[in-house]
Ligand binder design. Structure first.
Ligand code: ZN
Ligand code: ZN
Length: 134
């Protein structure tokens, strides 16, 4: 059975359908995520591009392409919320926090993080029981 999760931006102008199993679910501590999103770490679900479908009003989506990194941030022009970002592999990366917010503040079990990665590059220590990979 294929599962679909729906997330929407803060103003509800646009939404994404996420289909199937994410390729990666974890917490990334790399500097690229920090620089693109201004967060100390990025709690992610990463999907193949064809697993992420924009629903309604795709014209409100704006793309910011980072000038030197091979990454993009896709956000709603009306409310400014980032719906997803892309990485060098052109995966679509959706924040676990956005998914959580759109599911009554509960992250679906199948999307919970399995590990930390690029942990050696961190700017914050995380005290949890997940495996920590460099
Ligand atoms: Zn919006
Ligand atoms: Zn990262």
């Amino acid at each position: 059975m294929t599962v679909t999760y729906t997330v929407h931006c803060q103003c509800h102008a646009t939404s994404l359908a996420l289909t199937g199993e994410p390729k990666v679910r974890g917490i990334c501590h790399c500097e690229d995520c920090r620089e693109l999103l201004q967060v100390p770490f990025h709690a992610v679900t990463a999907w193949e591009s064809d697993q992420v479908t924009v629903q309604d009003e795709s014209d409100v989506l704006e793309t910011f392409a980072h000038p030197s990194k091979n990454m993009k941030r896709i956000f709603c022009r009306r409310c400014g919320e980032t719906l997803y970002n892309t990485n060098a592999m052109d995966w679509r990366v959706v924040s676990q926090w956005l998914i959580r917010k759109c599911h009554d503040d509960l992250l679906p079990e199948a999307l919970k993080p399995r590990s930390h990665f690029f942990y050696a590059r961190r700017v914050m220590d995380i005290d949890d029981s997940l495996p920590k990979r460099d």
